[in-house]
Design a protein around this ligand. Sequence first.
Ligand SMILES: Nc1ncnc2c1ncn2[C@@H]1O[C@H](COP(=O)(O)OP(=O)(O)OP(=O)(O)O)[C@@H](O)[C@H]1O
Ligand SMILES: [Mg+2]
Length: 336
Amino acid sequence: MAAMDIAVEVGTSFTTIYLSGAGVVLREPSVVAFVGDDDKKKVLAAGYKAVAMQGSAPEKTRVVCPIVDGYIEDEEACAKMLTEFIKRVLPVYVIFPKIRALIAVPTGLTVGERKTYEDIFREAGVAETTLIDGVMVSALGFDLPIDEPCGGLVANIGGGVTEIALISLCGTVSGCSVNVGGNMMDNALVDFVIGKYGLKIGARTARRVKEEIGSLYPNDVSAMEVRGINTNTMTPASLSVYATDVYEALLPYYSHIAEAVEGILNLCPPELAARVHGQGLYVCGGGAKIPGLQRVLKDVLGVPVTIAEDPEYTSISGAGRLIGNKELIKQINVQL
Ligand SMILES: Nc1ncnc2c1ncn2[C@@H]1O[C@H](COP(=O)(O)OP(=O)(O)OP(=O)(O)O)[C@@H](O)[C@H]1O
Ligand SMILES: [Mg+2]
């Protein structure tokens, strides 16, 4: 039986799969749609196709986001979604391969939560699972020397959660998980637009605005037309929202992240301080894509800030690089 090695990140917003020897082969929204009653429900769609059904699905179709704030909330839906994704990345010429998966997981899982990940992947057809701390693979994605004293200070701003860690000698010296991510920011923008314009837009529209024109530059003049419901007349309406609206709505969230990083920086042991302050902070995750983030973080922290070039791929590329490196995996996992 042929063996196949994959690395997987099951994020709140996206699931990404790296196939050894090929690179990233799948990145799809962590969403799955079912049809039918509970005991005989069938997967209708997963990923982008399931997202397209959100909000317009008929009564018997259920669209589920199995991951909430970085954690698996609906185990059955998660297993079905992963089964679908893994099937998609299997090369057609390999029949029934033995799949081994390196899975990037949130920091500080309990024994029970770790078992949940293992069970779900087994159900999705994976024969061998190895869990690995997500912030470690983020650091590896930046090529940081994680096995040295002070491998680096890393922040991953995701859709549901922001993870921050000061890494040294394959472990976390100090770290935290902040309950702020892209979904919360989308909702903040929805509320902001209601408050300022009396227009209720959907969270998906808010997300599009954020991703297309959003920035943390206070004088950005970009604008975008959006449709929603006038909250006074309750009728459909459209108007322009501006990059400055996104700035006002989102700045408090990014500032909160900056303060959390500052807290970790302040906990830095004196032996590591010179190196940590010298090399500064490395930021990845989809939330790092917003223009102007580097300046906002630098102003608060006063240390260099490096934003990843393709921040949503940093962790998975780090995980991919770790496939087969048994020695380093062992060194990381011994710190758990
Ligand atoms: N240009 C942008 N500006 C701000 N946020 C963005 C931008 N592009 C994408 N994002 C956000 O990045 C988030 C997705 O990032 P990512 O794929 O790292 O999350 P995830 O790994 O699925 O979530 P988590 O790590 O929290 O479980 C979404 O909320 C998305 O809206
Ligand atoms: Mg993530």
